[in-house]
Design a protein around this ligand. Structure first.
Ligand code: 13P
Length: 253
């Protein structure tokens, strides 16, 4: 049984309509029935922008936090068609925001843009889930550590409030593929990420490091023994209350 605080973040990506709030109602009921677990984990759901306000209203002061999946790289208002700024996210009740997801990096997010997104989000008191991860080719060429170091050092700076930053290690080859890293690799990689973070922020208590990529109710057991992993960023399995609850149940079983 893990005693440290763990994060279970459900990233819905392009999924959800207003009635999908049922999924959160069920998860909320589960956590209320399991008060003994409450001190041990935090649930965050990042629905699409269209649902943030209604979800955040319903779950204000409850056991589920709501976040955005991305934000624009300027922090308030601007003439940027189709964009949502950190200021706008904060105003509708988001408390977290994912930045640097590989989906968005693939669509053109550069390190400079990501840095501006982080700055804008911190300025608006949002907590950040900053995603990093190597692709299949980079893994094959043994470039994982180099890629991760670059992704961290090109965006994060000592002056940032690292108490409001969480790192999610999401190897691209594991997202939606059913493949997860070997435990010993994940252990080494998460230790490496924490070492880099200690260096950037000059602290002994670096940001939390989560794992994301094909996490489900069956493979979650294999992560239990990895004390270096502070939680999970869950895609596909977060769109069903049963699958999401199974992950939490089986993690603490
Ligand atoms: P899957 O859990 O569907 O692999 O997605 C992971 C992810 O990208 C979460 O942000």
């Amino acid at each position: 049984m893990a005693n440290n605080m763990r994060y279970f973040i459900g990233n819905w990506k392009m999924f959800g309509v207003p009635k999908s709030i049922n999924i959160l109602d069920k998860i909320n009921t589960f956590t209320n029935f399991n008060k003994r677990f409450n001190k041990n984990y935090k649930i965050i759901i990042t629905p699409p922008f269209t649902l943030i306000e209604s979800f955040a209203k319903r779950f204000k002061n409850k056991s589920i936090f709501i976040g955005g999946q991305n934000c624009y790289h300027k922090d308030s208002f601007g003439s940027n068609t189709g964009s949502i700024s950190p200021f706008m996210l904060k105003k509708i009740g988001a408390t977290y925001v994912i930045i640097g997801h590989s989906d968005n990096r693939a669509e053109g997010d550069t390190a400079k843009m990501l840095k501006n997104k982080v700055i804008g989000s911190l300025n608006n008191n949002l907590k950040i889930v900053f995603c990093i991860g190597e692709n299949k080719k980079e893994k094959k060429k043994k470039l994982t550590y180099k890629v991760l170091r670059n992704q961290l050092t090109k965006v994060l700076e000592k002056k940032f409030n690292y108490n409001n930053i969480i790192i999610a290690y999401e190897p691209i080859w594991s997202i939606g593929t059913g493949k997860i890293p070997k435990s010993e690799d994940l252990k080494k990689i998460s230790k490496f990420i924490k070492k880099i973070l200690k260096g950037i922020f000059k602290t002994k208590k670096p940001p939390k490091v989560l794992y994301g990529g094909s996490v489900d109710g069956s493979n979650i057991a294999s992560f239990k023994s990895l004390k270096e992993i502070d939680g999970f960023l869950i895609g596909g399995a977060s769109k069903s209350s049963k699958k999401f609850i199974d992950i939490i149940k089986n993690y603490y079983r």
